[in-house]
Design a protein around this ligand. Structure first.
Ligand code: URA
Ligand code: SF4
Length: 225
């Protein structure tokens, strides 16, 4: 009931129509997570099952930002636990990066989907710019609390959300990007793009993803104080 009241008040009082209307007073990860669970900053709270907030240690060196939770993440309530998460875990290991020293989150915290023709499967839909904008306050807060040395955007939606709309994964992947948000930014492909790569090209795409992550690992090793 408290949530409904707050949502109504935010709307009536001319709220921002974004997650900003739902930010808690205390900006700690547990307080943010609790507040995000009741977020109605955009219509996606009605589409996804639950808010899937970021996870990882508050002292993480690296923050990975994906697009939005997938089907399995939506059910589990945890980011990157489905097929994309398994691919990410394997790639991190091969690159010598430790998920235990990472914070993993998404640009949008609710799963956006449409039913397939038979109504049996939920088909992922890419969030649009206004949904990404509405959800951005959560990501801003996560970055402000965790203060990662490096932010890695996975895929175009995340790269544009974190580093700006002019970011191009194809030309900028694997290179340190200048950002006011961290010591360095990196953009690479989304693990689901690797999973979708057909046939013989798949192993190559996975290797290129691992190579990008190795560049992140090398950057961290080189710049360690
Ligand atoms: N894809 C994402 O972008 N994020 C997840 O958490 C899972 C799949
Ligand atoms: Fe709030 Fe983001 Fe979910 Fe929209 S997608 S309701 S802004 S948490």
């Amino acid at each position: 009931m408290v949530r409904a009241t707050r949502a109504t008040r935010a709307t009536r009082a001319g709220g921002t129509g974004s997650a900003a209307d739902f930010l808690p007073e205390r900006h700690t990860l547990p307080a943010l997570r609790r507040a995000a669970a009741g977020c109605r900053g955009c219509h996606l709270w009605k589409v996804g099952t639950q808010t899937v907030f970021g996870e990882g240690t508050r002292t993480a060196t690296v923050m990975f930002v994906g697009e939005q939770p997938g089907d399995q993440e939506d059910r589990a309530g945890h980011p990157f636990v489905g097929p994309s998460g398994r691919l990410l875990d394997g790639a991190l290991e091969r690159a010598g990066l430790d998920r235990g020293d990472a914070y993993v989150t998404n640009a949008v915290k609710h799963f956006k989907w449409v039913p397939d023709g038979t109504g049996k499967r939920r088909i992922h839909k890419t969030p649009n710019a206004s949904e990404v904008r509405a959800c951005h306050p959560w990501l801003d807060e996560e970055i402000a609390v965790v203060k990662p040395r490096v932010i890695v955007a996975l895929g175009a939606t995340a790269a544009k959300a974190v580093f700006g709309p002019q970011t191009r994964v194809t030309t900028q992947r694997g290179k340190p990007l200048r950002t006011p948000l961290a010591e360095a930014g990196f953009a690479t492909v989304h693990p689901s793009a690797v999973l979708r790569t057909p046939g013989e090209l798949r192993a190559e795409a996975e290797q290129a993803f691992v190579d990008d992550l190795k560049k992140v690992a090398r950057y961290l090793a080189r710049h360690t104080e």
